[in-house]
Design a protein around this ligand. Structure first.
Ligand SMILES: NC(=O)c1ccc[n+]([C@@H]2O[C@H](COP(=O)([O-])OP(=O)(O)OC[C@H]3O[C@@H](n4cnc5c(N)ncnc54)[C@H](O)[C@@H]3O)[C@@H](O)[C@H]2O)c1
Ligand SMILES: [Zn+2]
Ligand SMILES: [Zn+2]
Length: 344
């Protein structure tokens, strides 16, 4: 089968590989019917994910059809359409039981797929702990509707859940990339009083303006003043940092009102500083982390009910055979790209 492979720092290549086999009784083999490319794939390519193993098949955003299951798999069977979770988790350890699945203590726990074990920018993928890692897609939900459930939409959902948003709140989201927009869709479900998005890229700001006209938009330079002016208590009640830019962590806490929650979804290339003397008296609550992607069944249900729709994010479609061209467009942000769907 064809599989996009991490060759070395700076290089991915589409290679011919053997079809994966079930290894453990809890594995499932999935035929990938639709996949995508994530910013984290680019981080592997550029060497900023040291635990990524050269030679592995990349890709951790996909949906597909179950081909075969190990003897101990209970929740899915061959023929089921499924979403695949970016995270591998056992469901049984201390952290899994508390819902902190990103910290599953299994050797493959956390983000392994397409990083430390073979992923899904390929024709087939073997998914460990299939009862945890797969969720069934009902007939009324299309592959495109379900494509982001296991990764960026799970991230937006988790970030919203831990941010404790109420209907009185002014919520600031910094960054309207694919993950920022997924976060926006989940924040909208909480019906806060106002949502402000800070985005520096004009095309992405325009995307937000076109699809979500009720959201207030600002640029980073004016953000602090804009948020003060458009909030009730001198700053945002909740800030979600989903940009990962050079100064966006500082911007996040500066825009927060005293006692606000600041949720840091973004991953940074460099260490960030927490200037406590400057923050003294703001009494902020910081929440950070890798996504705990254990809400996929609930997210699929919200999609089925028409309450979440991520299909506008799919701006381009390419066949797996042409995935290298898809990477060129995604990596260089050409042609207004937000997300690319990779078809069989
Ligand atoms: N915590 C997790 O588990 C998790 C999961 C998924 C993604 N992420 C992280 O979330 C972040 C966003 O992911 P993405 O896929 O949307 O990436 P992206 O790079 O496509 O999006 C970032 C957006 O932020 C904007 N931006 C950059 N600097 C800005 C600034 N100063 N002010 C306003 N906007 C600015 C960019 O123009 C871009 O639209 C990344 O850091 C990614 O690594 C974290
Ligand atoms: Zn990802
Ligand atoms: Zn576990």
């Amino acid at each position: 089968m064809k599989a996009l492979t991490y060759i070395e720092h700076g290089k991915f290549a589409l290679q011919e590989k053997a079809k994966p086999q079930l290894v453990s009784a809890r594995d499932a083999l999935v035929r990938v019917t639709l996949g995508s490319i994530c910013t984290s794939d680019l981080h592997i390519k550029h060497g900023s994910v040291p635990r990524a193993v050269p030679g592995i098949t990349v890709g951790h955003e996909m949906v597909g059809v179950v081909e075969a299951v190990g003897a101990d798999v209970k929740t899915v069977k061959p023929g089921d359409r499924v979403t695949v979770n970016v995270e591998t988790f056992c469901g049984e350890c201390f952290f899994c039981k508390k819902g902190f699945v990103n910290n599953c203590t299994d050797p493959h726990g956390g983000w392994a797929l397409g990083c430390r074990i073979d992923g899904g920018q390929a024709e087939f993928v073997c998914v460990p702990y299939a009862d945890q890692g797969l969720n069934k897609i009902t007939d009324s939900v299309t592959d495109e509707q379900a494509l982001f459930v296991g990764d960026i939409l799970a991230t937006g959902f988790w970030a919203t859940r831990i941010s404790e948003i109420t209907e009185e709140d002014t919520v600031l989201i910094i960054g309207a990339g694919p993950t920022g927009i997924c976060t926006l869709l989940c924040v909208m479900l909480k019906q806060p009083k106002r949502i402000i998005i800070c985005e520096k890229d004009a095309a992405r700001a325009e995307f937000v303006r076109k699809h979500y006209p009720d959201v207030l938009l600002c640029e980073p330079e004016e953000c602090e003043a804009f948020v003060k002016e458009h909030s009730d208590h001198g700053g945002a009640d909740v800030v979600l940092e989903v940009a990962g830019g050079r100064d966006t962590f500082q911007l996040a806490w500066k825009c927060a009102r005293p006692n606000a929650i600041v949720t840091v979804v973004a991953l940074y290339d460099k260490a960030q500083s927490l200037p406590l003397p400057d923050m003294y008296g703001k009494n902020l609550i910081f929440k950070t982390g890798g996504v705990d992607g254990c809400d996929c069944a609930e997210i699929l249900h919200l999609i089925e009910e028409g309450k979440i729709d991520t299909t506008p994010l799919i701006t381009h479609r390419f066949k797996l055979a042409d995935i290298e061209e898809a990477y060129r467009i995604f990596e260089n942000r050409l042609d207004g790209v937000i997300k690319i769907a990779i078809t069989e």
